[in-house]
Design a protein around this ligand. Structure first.
Ligand SMILES: Cc1cc2nc3c(=O)[nH]c(=O)nc-3n(C[C@H](O)[C@H](O)[C@H](O)COP(=O)(O)O)c2cc1C
Length: 146
């Protein structure tokens, strides 16, 4: 069964909440497996075997966090396995979350993905509307595999 991996970094829980909503949305699509993991717990060699990816981070100094950058750097050396797969970026922050989403997307391009879906940028107070949008995004990502 094709698998979606939701890979996120979160220190104080905001990005985790968005990641969980994306995973919930993806799980609503039949015939697709969904795994959600903090980047600290990810083995890059195993992780590249997934079929679709969502990558999320808090905005740190308007960029992605170090742990997500480390994972994406490891992924670069495994990029043949990532080519042609759908991807999406998401970020939370106190104002520069959109920049952070774009920062993640700029690296995803190096993996030659099938598509980079429009990303999701959320503030620090995660609302029900944010969660709804995150669920829709997860569903959309999973549907590209079903
Ligand atoms: C070291 C540090 C740097 C940050 N830099 C920014 C920033 O440049 N822009 C911004 O919008 N938010 C910034 N923030 C706020 C976080 O992005 C925001 O609180 C985020 O939602 C935290 O995510 P988490 O709860 O998943 O850890 C920063 C927070 C920390 C701890």
């Amino acid at each position: 069964m094709p698998k979606v991996l939701v890979a996120y970094y979160s220190k104080t829980g905001n990005t985790k909440q968005v990641a969980e909503a994306i995973a919930e949305g993806a799980k609503s699509v039949k015939g697709v497996d969904v795994e959600i993991k903090n980047v600290a717990d990810i083995n890059a060699k195993e992780a590249v075997e997934a079929d679709g990816f969502a990558f999320g981070s808090p905005a740190y100094f308007s960029m992605m966090s170090g742990p997500l950058l480390t994972l994406l750097t490891e992924f670069y050396f495994l990029r043949e396995k990532l080519a042609g797969k759908p991807m999406v970026a998401f970020a939370t922050g106190g104002g520069s979350q959109t920049k952070t989403t774009e920062n993640i997307e700029s690296i995803l391009k190096a993996f030659n993905p099938k598509v980079i879906l429009p990303g999701l940028s959320v503030g620090t107070k995660i609302s029900e509307i944010d969660k709804q949008q995150a669920k829709q995004l997860g569903e959309k990502l999973a549907k590209t595999l079903s």
